[in-house]
Design a binder for this molecule. Sequence first.
Ligand code: ZN
Length: 498
Amino acid sequence: MGADPRSAAILETLTHTIYNIFNDRFAVESVMKSLVEQLAAALGPDGVLQGAAALEARDAAQTRGLRVDLGTPLAVLKPRSTEEVARILTLVHAAGQPVVPWGGCTGLVDGSAADGALALSLERMNAIEQIDETNRVMRVQAGCILQNACEAADARGLLLPLDLGARGSASIGGVIATNAGGNRVLRWGMTRDMVLGLEAVLADGTVISSLNTLIKNNAGYDLKQLFIGAEGTLGVVTRAVLRLRPRPLSENVALLAVDAFAHLPRLLARLERELAGSLSSFEVMWESFYRLVTTAPALGRAVLAHGHPFYVLVETRGVSVQADAERFENVLAEALEAGEVADAVIAKSDLERRAMWNLRDDVPQVTRDGPVAAFDVSLKIEDMPGYLHEVHQSLKARWGAACRFVVWGHLGDGNLHVMVGLPEESAQMHEAIEALVYEPLGRRAGASISGEHGIGLQKRRYLSLSRSPEEIALMRTLKQALDPRNILNPGKILTETI
Ligand code: ZN
């Protein structure tokens, strides 16, 4: 029996296809092998971690965050200098290989996810290079841990006022890339407000050294702003000049109980007006949060009795220990008299101040009863009660009491943290809850899907609720201009790649 000519043709096509697939795969593998060899030559053998060593570095980074999934990076690169970062980007740019910058990896939106990419860890670039007391600035490398920078400033009688829960593992490069906010934005602003100058490496390896130390400098475009809050998609931050403040001499902290939401903006306005600009935090805990952090297994104690709908942690930082304490007490007494505050406890020692802050910082408690979806929305203070009521009602209507609902946040900045307990852990459940939390935000003018955590991978599909088509188009224009090969943290912030 002779061979069917059609079968022979099909067989030949198939053989060619299989051959080509193997060939392509071999070509990709050999390009990657040669790229890794070039990187190892540039960084030295301890500068490129592969295989088990890369996974070990990934695991160490992952344990620092609350809910972090970094994926499986092809390799972890550990440069020691800006020059080495530039060398890395020159090589990966030529190869068209995606690269994901890693700071402390404590972000909450999968901005450091590096599955199938090269991870570029800045952890060895952790030096505090200079503290200039006269001009009140410090210059640090991107891998410097936030707390170390704060302590170095403190030791020189100065204050770096950025404060957030992940202070012990977040890096300066990471807080810049995410424009981190935290607990004292009300007084000193977000990270953006503390950055005077930056050094960043562009996708093609070009070093942009813009280490300005002046508070006033309007010589053309303010280029550092391109990299602050860009989540590593436009360049890799390698150094920063940070603005410092004189270290305050007094610190007063109180925990207040408030019985109606309408009292909160009035209380905030009173404290801002009467405390001579010294108010540094106005952190509100809804009862749902306060109860969690003051009942076992949480270690915190209920400084004020349960049963009030709101608890406010108020902090002032000022210049006179005696006078500031008196003023603080007087203003709180007035607020009590006016009925804005139902009950109050003023911390009388560092230990008591710390205990009150520990309640607010004990965010991990919100995950103790099962899987959660966490949000950091921003909206006008007058829109908050209506918004929260709408979200809570729709969650209850759909899933009943199984949907735990916990709220706390930086009310002075309009930024709320909302945690929803998941009746079951699944991607569909996450998506359904996201829709219920985000869609009512889209109906409120000026609201944001992210007050401080950023977009990363997790919030991309909702970006259009907070940004107009023209704004998103301009973001794409910037990405295209600065990273035309789409190698820098690709797929973060914007959904479609270029
Ligand atoms: Zn926060």
